[in-house]
Design a protein around this ligand. Structure first.
Ligand SMILES: C[S@@+](CC[C@H](N)C(=O)[O-])C[C@H]1O[C@@H](n2cnc3c(N)ncnc32)[C@H](O)[C@@H]1O
Length: 213
């Protein structure tokens, strides 16, 4: 599941990280790290001189992240809610993906991420507009998520968290027939879409910057 997510949503992640100009030595927080896909990707970029705090409210995420990041001693797994985010040092980048859709109040979490980031540092959020995805023309739904369409509000939420919105865009992978997109849908829903056309839920990326550098 995590690997599949990494595969089909790798392109938006790569686009976002390229636009930031992230490099060796950066200190990052991956909030709502889950299985640690993004934490590992960040660790590979920041290298041994950098640091990645993999933060998740679910204590079981620690072991999963520790296993995924076994080769990267710069990844530190932290059990903490985004609402209570408190790190030992200000970070250059606070990142979240598929997190705000699950939290009680996305603005509270974004504000904590902003507060954990140094002046001039970056807050990057990637969240879906679930209902804008399609399987054979029918909208996706995700009844288990608190805010399945939070991506549609994301630029305003980032602004309301006190950040300068530097860039924002949406992207989604699409396909028909066997391949990573169909496999992702099957893992997510238990239903193989067969040859039906699939547009995955677009992921909205917002690059926010903490004022005052
Ligand atoms: C759908 S997963 C996303 C994982 C990862 N960010 C990714 O893109 O693959 C959402 C993660 O957010 C975590 N989470 C949910 N609510 C949270 C909160 N309030 N604070 C921190 N983590 C939370 C969950 O435990 C889960 O690991």
């Amino acid at each position: 599941m995590q690997g599949l997510r990494d595969d089909v949503y790798r392109r938006p992640l790569a686009t976002a990280l390229e636009r930031l100009g992230i490099g060796p030595g950066w200190t990052c927080a991956d909030v709502g790290a889950g299985g640690g896909d993004v934490s590992v990707a960040l660790a590979e970029i920041v290298g041994r001189d950098g640091r990645v705090y993999a933060v998740d409210s679910d204590p079981s995420s620690r072991d999963v992240v520790a296993e995924a990041a076994a080769a990267h001693s710069q990844v530190l797994a932290v059990t903490q809610a985004g609402e209570d985010l408190r790190l030992p040092e200000p970070v250059d980048l606070a990142f979240c993906r598929f997190l705000l859709m699950h939290v009680l109040d996305p603005l509270v979490v974004l504000s904590r991420m902003a507060g954990a980031t140094r002046p001039g540092g970056w807050v990057v959020a990637q969240e879906p507009i679930t209902s804008a995805g399609r399987i054979d023309g029918t909208p996706f739904s995700m009844p288990g998520a608190r805010h399945p369409d939070v991506g549609a509000l994301l630029p305003a939420l980032v602004r309301d968290a006190g950040l300068d919105v530097v860039d924002a865009w949406a992207e989604a992978q699409a396909g028909a027939g066997p391949g990573p997109v169909a496999a992702y849908v099957e893992t997510l829903s238990g239903v193989d879409p067969g040859d039906d056309p699939v547009i995955l839920p677009p992921l909205v990326t917002v690059l926010g910057r903490v004022p005052g550098a």
